[in-house]
Design a binder for this molecule. Structure first.
Ligand code: GTP
Ligand code: SPV
Ligand code: MN
Length: 593
């Protein structure tokens, strides 16, 4: 069938001429059998879910154990973000920076245009209007994702505010992100995720996986978002946002940037240990923060998303009970294992694997195979409204004011459990030079330390040196810049065991961070930053081996010499635009060491 006829379009839900023209143009390129505009309704969800089940895209789970939940098995070669196939396409190569793969817009449109040509023949082209951020918020932005994947539609419905709310926010404006996505045949050889920040456009082809295909998330909210943020004077960050209410009833909000699969969802949903009576954590977001300077000169943040696309392995009722409750119903699971009674299982879930487990590829799992039953990057998609500790401000158009900024990586050595920067530019330096071991969230080798500045290496949509400069400039616009901290939950003993208990016990570190932010506790200065003095971290109520705690907090000169040395690679790579202030911070530390 050729292009859609006028008569097929009686239910086009908008009079926005720019939008309708773009959708028409796209349909002429991709040549779908049908064009369908998503409205985000419950009726639509049910209809599309039934269709996905009929086509084997979703497998219904046991309605008694997991009401409203489904399992999706992706193509085994399409299970994580593919950074080497991700491009920033700016007219000038320099704008993308050495941190991004680059293609010229002309080449990228031509190359992907050829692949998109007729890519939706025999398929339905879904038009997904979505809003990133709360309705009525000055932070919020509209995106339209055109996709041929029903799995993407159903996930976008959870992850964003989808349908009429977005079209209402857009009105007649032409200011919306144009996202085009096709799974094509899921061939990694024909997989490209291209960003055109100068056109507010994303073209993604050949993958159905999370960050490659749910275009509101990493593509729009971070890569394009960071570009818009620099132009418009705000920050788009790979950060969770949480609220912490203390026993006196005061609530403070913090943001924290950890690289992919390094603990954001867990920290955002943390349950304080019993000893921390009267403390209450609430979640605003678990992955992305959009932050602006408020009229009061403080930093304010919203979560642009409406759901969680969380890592399944390691999630259980002890580590993250609130995530477990969030996935009790109406969740989509991707690449987890399935039990014979139609429930889900993954490595690090509460119970031992039952007999008759089906692995993530759909085959009977053999206990002694040495292969995990769930893919290490298997995920759940759950609406934030399922979270029992969702903050009452998660949907607040004003956002929340931020009292502290936290950066953290996954480091077996060197970096102590917590460290406070001496000032804003030292904090930007600590964030900018952060290292972290790679994880299964992206394809490639796992467990090698790489520099992951502010957990944004894969997500910064422009030159990273310029991004640091943007961060440094923010200080001048903040009346009271929040203090900046570096944390590490992942330091290991010589035997390879985690030294710090992590998860809910991270409350002990958060309490210190908030006390520092409020000027209520002292600290000990080390060469690399301020650390808790003996007795400052509340370690009561849990049997923690003092030598492990000491080792997890240690600042070792030799390790830091090596660390500073290995930062050289980052400084060399970003030489053209690295701000002088950060070079100075490094030189200062080198001199001290
Ligand atoms: P993305 O969704 O990829 O951005 O990941 P994330 O940063 O939200 O990471 P998440 O909270 O899902 O945690 C990833 C993995 O780290 C899971 O397997 C967790 O069990 C584990 N993890 C999280 N917090 C801690 C911690 O404090 N200590 C230890 N040892 N492991 C943790
Ligand atoms: C991450 O990798 O940081 C994620 C998952 O949050 S994805 O949506 O694939 O980017
Ligand atoms: Mn993430």
């Amino acid at each position: 069938m050729s292009e859609p006829k006028r008569s097929d379009r009686t239910d086009v839900p908008t009079t926005n001429g720019t939008l309708v023209a773009w959708v028409d143009d796209t349909a002429r390129l991709t040549k779908p059998d049908r064009v369908y505009w998503c409205d985000g309704s419950l009726e639509e969800k049910k209809r599309l879910t039934d269709e996905a089940v009929a086509h084997g895209i979703l497998i219904p789970l046991n309605p008694e154990k997991r009401p409203g939940c489904y399992l999706h098995r992706s193509s085994p070669t399409d299970v994580a973000r593919t950074e080497h196939l991700t491009f920033v396409c700016t007219r000038e190569k320099e704008a993308a920076g050495p941190n991004n793969n680059w293609m010229s817009p002309k080449d990228a449109y031509a190359k992907l245009g050829a692949l998109f040509n007729g890519s939706m023949k025999g398929r339905t082209m879904y038009v997904v209007p979505y809003l990133m951020g709360p309705a009525g918020s000055p932070f919020s932005k509209v995106g339209i994702e055109i996709t041929d994947s029903i799995y993407v539609v159903l996930n976008m419905r959870i992850m964003t505010r989808m349908g009429g709310v977005a079209l209402d926010a857009l009105g007649d404006s032409s200011d919306f992100n144009r996202g085009l996505h096709s799974t094509l045949d899921l061939d990694p050889e024909k997989r490209f995720i291209c960003h055109f920040p100068e056109d507010n456009t994303i073209w993604s082809i050949g993958s159905g996986y999370g960050g490659n295909a749910l275009l509101g998330k990493k593509c729009f909210a971070l890569r394009i978002g960071s570009w818009l943020g620099r132009t418009e004077g705000w920050l788009a960050e790979h950060m969770l946002i949480l609220g912490a209410e203390d026993p006196q009833g005061r609530t403070h909000y913090v943001v924290a940037a950890f690289p992919s699969a390094c603990g954001k969802t867990n920290f955002a949903m943390m349950v304080p240990p019993p000893h921390f009576k009267g403390w209450k954590i609430t979640t605003i977001g678990d992955d992305i923060a959009w932050m602006r300077v408020g009229e009061d000169g403080r930093l304010w943040a919203v979560n642009p998303e409406a759901g969680y696309f969380g890592v399944a392995p390691g999630t259980n009722f002890k580590t993250n009970p609130n995530a477990m409750k969030s996935i009790a119903r109406d969740a989509i699971f991707t690449n987890v294992a399935m039990t014979p009674d139609g429930d889900v299982w993954w490595e690090g879930k509460d119970e031992e694997p039952p007999e008759g487990l089906i692995d993530w590829k759909g085959n009977p799992w053999k206990r002694d195979s040495g292969q995990p039953a769930a893919h290490p990057n298997s995920r759940f998609t759950a609406p934030m409204t399922n979270n029992p500790i969702l903050s009452p401000h998660a949907d607040d158009p004003r956002g929340v004011p931020i009292s502290a900024i936290i950066f953290g990586g996954r480091r077996a050595t060197t970096v102590p459990v917590v460290l406070q920067a001496f000032n804003w530019s030292h904090g930007v330096y600590l964030g900018a030079t952060m290292g972290s071991e790679t994880t299964a969230a992206a394809t490639g080798q796992v467990g090698v330390v790489r520099r992951d500045p502010m957990a944004m290496l894969p997500f910064c949509g422009y030159d990273m040196g310029e991004y640091f400069a943007h961060w440094l400039r923010m200080q001048g616009r903040l009346k009271n810049p929040p203090p900046i901290f570096l944390v590490n939950w992942f330091r290991k003993s010589r035997e390879g065991k985690f030294l710090w208990p992590g998860y809910g016990e991270n409350m002990r570190v958060l309490e210190w961070i908030l006390a520092r932010a409020n000027g209520e506790v002292g600290a000990r200065e080390t060469l690399v930053g301020a650390v808790p003095r003996d007795g400052d971290l509340d370690l009561q109520g849990r049997d923690l081996a003092p030598e492990n705690v000491a080792a997890s907090m240690a600042v070792d000169r030799d390790e830091w010499r090596t660390e500073i040395e290995s930062q050289g690679e980052l400084f060399a790579k970003l030489d053209a635009t690295m701000p002088a202030a950060l070079r100075l911070e490094r030189q200062l530390l080198q001199a001290k060491l």
